[in-house]
Design a protein around this ligand. Structure first.
Ligand SMILES: C[S@@+](CC[C@H](N)C(=O)[O-])C[C@H]1O[C@@H](n2cnc3c(N)ncnc32)[C@H](O)[C@@H]1O
Length: 234
């Protein structure tokens, strides 16, 4: 499991990255959800607090990374009214063991980190912990992995005297995965203050693969806006 995220950069770049789009497209899918939501790979909680704002449901925010959980708990601490309603689960998705099935599951920008064998084993585990007729929503993009491309800048933000820059390079590409290199650089004028390199594989299953896995685990597809897939447990 590779995580391409340098923790100090996460909110800086993602608050304005995928989050605004998800905050537009996800709420209509959750209309009517009232009892419980499991969020898989909750990260720093950028979506978690929105789930709590959109629905009255109890929320289980599952996040294996201690660094991400630290940010998530800071975010929850800033919203004390949510502390009774959100439980943070410190484990990965395959290791979870909920006390009772949930009404809905949400997994935003996590699929890329799941190795194919792990992902195949995950769907039946989710099905076993979802209520009959329950909803599973996750982000997915068609078109497979990106082709190899040289290092280029993804985004850059100023923080005081420092510039935080994220760069990425696609080293190799296969049918459903690619090997990527990320550089997280902090500079002051032309001087590099720090630099972190992360190299690993990212996974982009095709539609045929995803459909086969989900149908095989007992799900049927329902309508969802562009960028999201929604499924109900039969
Ligand atoms: C790009 S972040 C997305 C965080 C959050 N969902 C958001 O949209 O801001 C991916 C998250 O998935 C988590 N993750 C990676 N592998 C996981 C696994 N096997 N089970 C659960 N979470 C996982 C990572 O720790 C990371 O926090």
């Amino acid at each position: 499991m590779t995580d391409f995220i340098a923790l100090p950069f996460y909110d800086l770049f993602h608050e304005n990255g995928h989050v605004p789009g998800i905050r537009m497209s996800l709420p209509p899918l959750l209309t009517g959800v009232r009892r419980s939501i499991l969020e898989i790979g909750a990260g720093s909680g950028l979506i978690t607090t929105s789930l709590a704002d959109w629905t009255p449901a109890e929320i289980f925010a599952l996040e294996p990374s201690a660094g991400m959980r630290g940010m998530l708990l800071s975010r929850l601490s800033a919203r004390p009214e949510l502390l009774k309603r959100v439980t943070v689960l410190p484990c990965d998705a395959l290791s979870m063991n909920l006390a009772e099935p949930v009404e809905a599951m949400v997994m935003i920008n996590v699929m890329y980190a799941l190795e194919p064998d792990y992902r195949k084993r995950l769907w039946p585990v989710l099905a076993a912990q979802l209520e009959p007729g329950g909803l599973l929503v996750f982000t997915w993009r068609d078109g497979g992995p990106p082709a190899p491309r040289p290092l280029h800048e993804l985004d850059s933000r100023q923080v005081g005297r420092h510039t935080y820059t994220a760069l990425s390079e696609i080293l190799e590409s296969e049918e459903e995965s690619c090997k990527a290199r990320y550089l997280y650089r902090i500079t002051e004028d032309d001087r590099v203050v720090s630099e972190e390199e992360i190299v690993g594989h990212a996974y982009r299953p095709t539609w045929k693969t995803i459909e086969g896995e989900l149908v095989g685990a007992g799900f049927v597809q329902v309508d969802a806006p562009e960028g999201l897939l929604a499924w109900r447990l039969v």
